[in-house]
Ligand binder design. Structure first.
Ligand code: SF4
Ligand code: SF4
Length: 166
């Protein structure tokens, strides 16, 4: 008999504990996201479509060292390197990425490329609306990922183009 009363009290205590959590949640403010009517709220470290960064002079940070491609477990980064010249300087190093593509059919957003980059040239952006029925649109080119030149900054290649020097 005593065991039965203890079991009943134990069960009642467990129910009361569970219901206290339920009531606390009922009284807390409701958080509703209205995506796509409103922009999605993403955490700062969210790993979305990559961004190829520029330095403070507006030059591309990528120096075409291929370390990101070597680190990529999905083998989805394709790079073609080219030399900077006196007339046309694209990056701060000897070389720059003439072609830089990522195949998002294969990318698993692991971030290894970001970790491997010695110049912080590649980072994860917050872009996530990349789903497509056409897989060819999932190959992003350098032009799709390159950060814009900051306002008021004139990287050397732009100056060279203005003067007609190539
Ligand atoms: S996030 Fe991972 S899979 Fe995607 S390109 Fe970078 S290293 Fe490759
Ligand atoms: S993104 Fe970084 S790691 Fe990849 S080639 Fe450019 S500089 Fe090297």
């Amino acid at each position: 008999m005593a065991n039965t009363i203890e079991e009943i009290l134990g069960a009642a205590g467990a129910i009361a504990k569970g219901m206290s959590v339920t009531f606390q949640e009922m009284l807390s403010p409701t958080v509703t996201e209205y995506y796509p009517e409103e922009p999605a709220k993403l955490e700062e470290r969210y790993r979305g479509v990559h961004v190829l960064q520029r330095d403070s002079n507006g030059m591309e940070k990528c120096v075409a060292c291929f370390l990101c491609a070597a680190a990529c477990p999905a083998n989805c980064i394709y790079i073609e390197a080219a030399e900077n010249t006196e007339q046309v300087r694209i990056s701060g190093g000897e070389r720059y990425a003439k072609v830089y593509s990522i195949d998002y059919n294969r990318c698993i957003f692991c971030g290894y490329c970001v970790e491997a980059c010695p110049t912080d040239a590649i980072t994860h952006g917050h872009g996530f609306e990349s789903a497509s029925y056409n897989t060819s649109t999932l190959v992003k080119r350098k032009e799709d990922m390159l950060a814009p030149v900051p306002p008021g900054v004139h990287p050397p290649v732009v100056a060279a183009e203005k003067t007609g020097a190539h």
